[in-house]
Design a protein around this ligand. Structure first.
Ligand SMILES: *Cc1c(COP(=O)(O)O)cnc(C)c1O
Length: 414
């Protein structure tokens, strides 16, 4: 949250007062710091500079065209999981050769679009998926570049829903079957095996799980080379966590220092797919307090952002730091729930939070909302999604307009 700070009791993003943005574009709205996005990307780029690298920003964390373009201009590629994300990546100017396609359920239509777009590689998660990609590529008279996503069966110490490298999850090819699966690729006519891939989860706050996974992947990589495979890259996935509250995740440099001794000696190109660690703390959600409500047992700040705007608390019980945009004069503290207007008891942003007194009309800043917030937003309860804004010093621009009521019914027919 380096680029969010108080000046004279007013919260700023870089040199722009957040109150000014809320005033002009309305609330709720998402604000991103350009400096923060660029610095986070650059820190990966320099940390991995000892090796040939490709840093594919995970679009599912934050997919606004302007954000993608900003990173693409600095050399970023894209890690995509759908045809919609491929469309965005291409629109934003990411060249096909820097696009990696992940995900367990790529459809025929999605595969065809990716082949047409000449993406760098499909990270394939099962034999049935290999079959399908081979078939589609054959029909199109093309050869599909593939790597296998291997599930290394390691603990990542993160939330059950963001753990992807354990064998009971749906992701990847089980480690024990990997060698056989690679050998099986020889029987396909329209596939070219390019590399190896893994991704063990998200919001992982220590290097241990990564190192454990990459040691297994490196061992397999060497077995494959011995077996005659010519692998161009090793994709280490994403998953480095950020500080939402008091976590102290490794920096990009510490991550690289831990994993390059394992992956570097493979001598191939290293691909990484960071999402949250680039976008998460670059963004905030601004929301205004509609009512302050007290009951016998609870205090509530009812705000104009709900679980449709930021679902992480409801979905994962996630913690987001919240502060007043105008720092209150009084030192009085109150313990309250910050809740949205949606008709669900799960619609909360903070629970039992102790913070300075909150009044109707106050503008609040929900931190760490640059990742998995706008991209997970929905129109549930008939709520138009808020604007997205990119701040650059004392300049800022709307990079996605707030939705209108007409946007809510677009495509519907009477
Ligand atoms: C979600 C995901 C990422 C990005 O994860 P972060 O935790 O945001 O870094 C990277 N690769 C794959 C395959 C993913 O599913």
């Amino acid at each position: 949250m380096d680029n969010y700070q108080y000046n004279d009791g007013e919260l700023y993003c870089e040199q722009t007062p957040l109150a000014e943005i809320a005033e002009k574009v309305g609330t709720p709205c998402y604000v991103y710091s350009k400096r923060s996005l660029v610095d986070s990307f650059d820190s990966y780029d320099s940390a991995f500079s000892p090796v040939e690298r490709m840093i594919c920003f995970a679009l599912k964390s934050c997919a606004n065209l302007s954000v993608i373009r900003l990173l693409a201009e600095r050399g970023a590629g894209a890690d995509i999981v759908s045809r919609g994300e491929l469309f965005r990546a291409l629109k934003a100017g990411v060249p096909g050769e820097r696009i990696i396609y992940s995900g367990v359920g790529k459809t025929r239509r999605e595969i065809a679009y990716a082949l047409e777009s000449e993406i760098y590689c499909f990270n394939v998660e099962s034999i049935p998926e290999l079959d399908l990609i081979d078939r589609v590529a054959g029909e199109m008279n093309l050869t599909a570049p593939v790597s296998l996503r291997i599930n290394p069966d390691v603990e990542s110490g993160t939330h059950e829903y963001t753990t992807t490298g354990k064998k009971e999850t749906k992701f990847g090819i089980p480690y024990d079957q990997a060698l056989d699966c690679y050998r099986k690729t020889a029987s396909y006519q329209h596939l070219r095996v390019m590399g190896i891939d893994t991704h063990i989860g998200s919001q992982i706050v220590s290097t241990g799980p990564f190192v454990a996974a990459y040691e297994k992947i490196a061992r397999l990589f060497r077995e494959l080379v011995d077996d005659g495979f010519d692998l161009e890259f090793c994709d280490l996935g994403g998953g480095l966590g950020i500080s939402y509250n008091d976590e102290v995740p490794p920096t990009a440099r510490q991550f690289a220092e831990a994993v390059l001794p394992v992956a570097g000696p493979l001598g191939c190109r290293i691909v990484i797919e960071p999402g949250r660690s680039i976008s998460g703390n670059a963004g905030v959600l601004l929301t205004r307090v509609v009512h302050y409500k007290q009951t016998e047992v609870k205090n509530f700040a009812v705000v104009d952002a709900g679980m449709n705007d930021i679902i992480r608390p409801s979905l994962y019980g996630a913690y987001h730091r919240i502060e007043h945009v105008a720092r209150p004069d009084s030192r009085d503290q109150v313990t309250l729930d910050v809740v949205g207007p949606i008709c669900e008891s799960g619609d909360w942003i903070a629970r039992e939070r102790t913070m300075p007194r909150v009044n109707a009309g106050d503008l609040l800043c929900v931190y760490s909302a640059g990742a998995y917030s706008a991209t997970m937003a929905s129109n549930y309860n008939g709520r138009p999604r808020g604007a997205e804004v990119l701040v650059d010093g004392s300049d800022w621009q709307v990079i996605r307009k707030a939705e209108t009521l007409d946007d809510l019914i677009r495509g519907e027919q009477l």
